[in-house]
Design a protein around this ligand. Structure first.
Ligand SMILES: NCC(=O)CCC(=O)O
Ligand SMILES: [Mg+2]
Length: 331
């Protein structure tokens, strides 16, 4: 409850800031490795391949992904969200690779589960990594992304992930009705405990640039995603999106991007009182890294500050490329 202050000098706000122990005692929020979801990229090749626009981030082989799951466990990071890099040979018009039960993601899931069964595995449900045109859904000849036909594909993709050992599927495509369709299919197939994290409020954002580079869709993307992702001008619309996804059977919701959208994180978490995750996306990571590499900001400090700000806004967890670095510092 807001209290009206007594006036100076009875009240001196600086008393509670005078040393680390008292600042710690009165801190309203905390950040721990348990708040972080480690976003990783997997590829079908060997070893680790650096992503140019995300300094410090590599695409990982299936083997490296399994080692990363073990590393998450050591660091106290509860979950990993994996995103596939699919080369040109693995892409087609309809993104059929996304449905392959033995594709890269299912293979990585199995290897990671075996290496560290205690780590939660979150998969991305969308076709963009697998389509030649880079859209999250199918693409009709007239340039539209057909909603219902896309949802049918997404359901198959989600089932393939569930069968391979995913704990949480996270549809990031923004088609209408996909949460309900996936929930129905999970129930029909006996996956009653599968968790769904809905990218409920995903905005059509320029902050995804480095990610498209990382998953190999930057060059191929035709047009933009404004007919399915949300307009950055809107916030009432985000509440409608969240309400629908919860009604359709989502267990948790996500807001994306992160820092520029903390007002949405706050509104969603206070309005619905459901676990609300935020995604600190690739462009946010790249901004901080680039400025730090130029010596313009203290990179570690800004990393930790940015993550704490998500907690203050009401996020219950943060998907971030900083997870390993931050968890290491939080020790
Ligand atoms: N579906 C996952 C993303 O689009 C990630 C975006 C980013 O990190 O920029
Ligand atoms: Mg929606």
């Amino acid at each position: 409850m807001t209290q009206f202050p007594q006036s100076f000098p009875a009240t001196r706000m600086r008393r509670l800031r005078q040393s680390p122990w008292i600042r710690g005692l009165v801190a309203e929020n905390t950040l721990t490795p348990a708040d972080l979801v480690w976003a990783i990229f997997v590829h079908d090749g060997e070893g680790r391949v650096p992503v140019g626009s995300l300094p410090g981030i590599d695409r990982l082989s299936v083997k490296e992904a399994a080692l990363t799951a073990k590393r998450a466990s050591e660091l106290g990071i509860p979950a990993i969200a994996l995103f596939p890099y699919i080369g040109p040979e693995g892409k087609d018009e309809t993104g059929s690779g996304a449905l392959n039960p033995d594709g890269l993601v299912p293979r990585a899931l199995r290897a990671m589960k075996e290496a560290a069964p205690e780590i939660g595995l979150i998969t991305d449900v969308a076709l963009d990594a697998y389509t030649t045109h880079g859209h999250d859904g199918l693409l009709d000849a007239d340039g539209t992304i057909p909603n219902d036909a896309t949802v049918e594909k997404l359901v198959q993709q989600a089932l393939a992930h569930a069968a391979a050992g995913a704990d949480i599927v996270a549809p990031s495509d923004m088609m209408d009705g996909r949460i309900g369709a996936i929930r129905q299919a999970f129930d029909d197939e006996g996956f009653t405990n599968m968790m769904i994290l809905a990218y409920a409020a995903k905005y059509a954002s320029g902050f995804y640039g480095p990610y498209r580079d990382a998953i190999g869709s930057a060059k191929s993307l035709k047009g933009d995603k404004k007919t399915y992702q949300q307009d950055p001008a809107n916030s009432e619309e985000a509440l409608r999106e969240v309400a629908l996804d919860l009604a359709e059977g989502a267990d948790m919701v996500m807001v994306k991007p992160g820092l520029p959208y903390l007002d949405i994180v706050h509104r969603v978490s206070t309005t619905f009182g459901v676990p609300t995750l935020a995604y600190q996306v690739s462009g946010e990571y790249a901004q901080i890294k680039a400025a730090a590499m130029n010596g313009w900001i203290d990179g570690d400090r800004v990393m930790m500050e940015s993550l704490m700000c998500f907690k203050r806004a009401g996020a219950s967890g943060i998907i971030t490329y900083f997870a390993e670095e931050a968890a290491d510092k939080l020790g």
